[in-house]
Write a protein that binds this ligand. Structure first.
Ligand code: GDP
Length: 188
């Protein structure tokens, strides 16, 4: 699906009528600083739709974006950033957990965003296992591929393909736009 309109709806931190209005939901999940904000901006073609921050871990709500008046794209708080105070980290984890595993909301797709240059972290692997356990419709984004040296590209990508065990993996770069069309077609 080609994205023709994208709009920030609001941030939610729990039960909200927005999430119960029947619009299919696509959840973006990933560790802090993995590039989710940049991905939202590049995918929608709107430079400033999502705030890109060099101070990760500050998003304490689930930001909901309306796509083509047909889907909600949900940016879940990034996990695993050490500099965020423990209490806030726990709250964010609770919010993610509630939305993904405890709330009645059924995700159309759960998009796990990984840093392809750094490789999957322990938190990423745990999150993927949980998503599988809860039988989510999972798509994996191998993000920041522009950062990978040519000589290392095949190995880095293979590490993610191995982890994915048959789930779709989409190489992506917000910087070059690689993967944008493929991702939009896959998740919407
Ligand atoms: P978030 O915390 O997941 O929302 O991450 P951001 O979108 O704020 O990005 C974190 C940092 O990674 C920023 O400095 C971005 O410019 C950078 N970044 C994000 N995506 C890419 C990408 O595809 N390629 C490169 N080279 N840098 C990226």
């Amino acid at each position: 699906m080609q994205i023709t309109s994208a709009k920030f709806m609001r941030g939610v931190s729990g039960t909200d009528e927005l999430l119960s209005d029947g619009t299919p939901q696509v959840a973006l999940i990933g560790r802090s600083n993995v590039g989710k904000s940049s991905l939202i901006n590049s995918l929608t073609g709107q430079k400033n739709l999502a705030r890109i921050s060099d101070t990760p871990g500050l998003t304490q709500e689930i930001n909901v974006y309306g796509i083509n008046h047909k889907f909600y794209l949900l940016d879940l708080p990034g996990y695993g950033f050490a500099k965020v105070p423990e209490r806030i980290r726990e709250d964010l984890q609770k919010l993610n957990w509630w939305y993904l595993f405890d709330s009645p909301h059924i995700q159309h797709t759960a998009v796990l965003v990984l840093d392809a240059n750094v490789g999957p972290s322990k938190n990423d692997t745990e999150m993927l296992a949980l998503l599988r356990e809860h039988q989510k419709n999972i798509v994996i984004v191998a993000n920041k591929i522009d950062k990978i040296k040519n000589a290392e590209y095949a190995v880095r990508l293979q590490a993610i393909i191995d982890l994915a065990q048959g789930l779709p993996v989409i190489p992506y770069s917000s910087k070059t736009g690689t993967g944008g069309e493929k991702l939009a077609n896959k998740i919407f």
